[in-house]
Design a protein around this ligand. Structure first.
Ligand code: IMP
Ligand code: MG
Length: 178
């Protein structure tokens, strides 16, 4: 299906499952090379990164741990700019090599906030891994170590990303068309 309806909006396929998985594998190889032997701790940010994290981590076949964090800043198709932490850190990250796994970096406010919060716990290192990035939407500078794909400033959904809670369970990524 090339076009889908989610709530009041229409979306068209913009990134196919095959293309997504190719980029996820590429980034997984980079992470393996950088962090093999360091027993990294992956911190996927819920909800949006759950599918990405599942695919990515199965490709990063080195000894590692995973612990989820939950943050929200979006309402509908716009960032509220106000970040709420819903589930905090469940693991001690002191002296650990941490990899934040995010679905998308838009304004960058969520990631900037998260990096600052994590730094206070004295990890050995913090790396940022994102599925998607909208470089033209950035409002703050964010150090991105691994990025699967850069996209224009349009609202998208699928492969974990939602529109008001719906549309996360698609294999492809869709862009809003109307
Ligand atoms: P930021 O704080 O503006 O960088 O927003 C980051 C968060 O907003 C991401 O983790 C997503 O959950 C959400 N987000 C940003 N852009 C989109 C989009 O196009 N579709 C769905 N969610 C988005
Ligand atoms: Mg998110």
């Amino acid at each position: 299906m090339d076009t889908i309806q989610v709530l009041d909006k229409t979306f068209k396929v913009s990134i196919s499952e095959a293309q997504i998985l190719k980029e996820v594998r590429r980034v997984a190889q980079e992470i393996k090379q950088d962090l093999d032997g360091k027993e990294p701790l992956f911190l996927p940010v819920l909800n949006g990164s759950f599918i990405f994290a599942a695919d990515l981590l199965r490709e990063v076949d080195i000894p590692c741990e995973v612990s989820f964090i939950k943050l929200t800043s979006y309402q509908g198709t716009h960032s509220t700019g106000e970040i709420r932490e819903v589930i905090g850190l469940a693991k001690d990250i002191t002296n650990r090599h941490v990899v934040i796994v995010e679905d998308i970096i838009d304004s960058g406010l969520t990631m900037a906030h998260m990096i600052e919060t994590l730094k206070a716990h004295n990890p050995a290192s913090i790396k940022v891994c994102t599925l998607l990035m909208k470089p033209n939407a950035l409002k703050v500078e964010v150090p991105v170590d691994y990025c699967c794909m850069k996209i224009p400033n349009d609202f998208i959904l699928g492969y974990g990303l939602d529109y008001d809670g719906f549309g996360r369970n698609t294999r492809d990524i869709y862009t809003v068309v109307g």
